[in-house]
Design a protein around this ligand. Structure first.
Ligand code: MG
Ligand code: MG
Length: 278
């Protein structure tokens, strides 16, 4: 049921992951007041093409066509925003999600970026979301169960001081996923613990996209008329961070981080696996 990769296949996924990392880096550097989300999309598109990769986003998903190579989700948009004519404004918070296919293997990652100066609570929102992602990634170790990842993400968020206004909402109904020869594979990765199931054992060769979505209010969402954009039902702002991560014999390998996750995992006392392409 869960696709288990050989070390050779993980090396190929690392190559795909690095293309995604490059695309997101280029987008992050371009984010500024005045740029449109379409322009960000086109920057990512060029990086993907220049690396000989293709987009896994600009495709049919369950019969619905997504026209972008990124999802650009601004402020109260949580995920799946369609890039277009929207002009970013000072103080906006944008989540950029991007994926690529290289040599048949998929990568998928997301970042949240401040547009100019943003309110302190929005900086905090992004930090908490990113921190919860790393807390989940740190559990991507041989012998753990899937629920250990979910629990670690949730408990990280729950132990943060509450924001001055609002609270932390862990978005329900969306989560991470297995990834490999397709972008969305078994298992689904909840960002919180639900029920008593422990989920599959994390054995070397398991690759998961870990992607918490956190709001400053509700855990509830709605999909706009465009059939794609997922927004909070109370207009609270949201953040989304994501990495594709392999469980290996030598620890977690963050396929979509330039350093394989080494620096952030070290802060949590976890040693990242050596980069198979280094
Ligand atoms: Mg994604
Ligand atoms: Mg994903």
């Amino acid at each position: 049921m869960v696709e288990i990769k050989t070390p050779e296949q993980i090396a190929k996924m690392r190559a795909a992951g690095l293309v995604v990392a490059e695309a997101l880096k280029a987008c992050r550097e371009a984010v500024a007041p005045g740029i449109t989300t379409q322009e960000l999309n086109d920057i990512a598109d060029k990086v993907i093409t220049d690396h000989g990769a293709t987009s896994n986003f600009r495709a049919h998903h369950g019969g619905l066509w997504f026209p972008g190579v990124i999802c650009a989700s601004v402020n109260d948009e949580i995920v799946h925003g369609i890039p277009g004519e929207r002009v970013l404004q000072e103080g906006d918070l944008i989540s950029i999600d991007c994926g690529a296919i290289l040599d048949g293997w998929h990568g998928d990652a997301a970042i949240t970026v401040a547009v100019g100066e943003v309110a302190a609570e929005h900086t905090q929102l992004s930090r908490v979301t990113e921190g919860s992602m790393w807390a989940g990634i740190a559990q991507m170790k041989k012998g753990n169960r899937l629920v250990d990842v979910s629990r670690s993400i949730e408990s990280f968020i729950r132990r943060q001081p509450l924001p001055p206004k609002g609270k932390w909402g862990i978005v329900e109904g969306y989560g991470g996923h297995g990834i490999g020869t397709a972008m969305h594979m078994e298992p689904h990765v909840l960002n919180y613990v639900a029920g008593r199931g422990k989920g599959p054992k994390l054995i070397p060769g398991t690759v998961l996209a870990i992607e918490p979505m956190v709001t400053l209010g509700t855990p509830h969402s709605a999909v706009l008329e465009d059939d794609w954009t997922v927004v909070t039902t109370d207009k609270s702002w949201a953040s989304h961070w994501e990495h594709s991560v392999a469980v290996t014999e030598q620890g977690p390998l963050v396929l979509t981080a330039f350093d394989g996750g080494r620096a952030e995992l070290a802060k949590l006392g976890v040693t990242a696996a050596p980069d198979p392409l280094a």
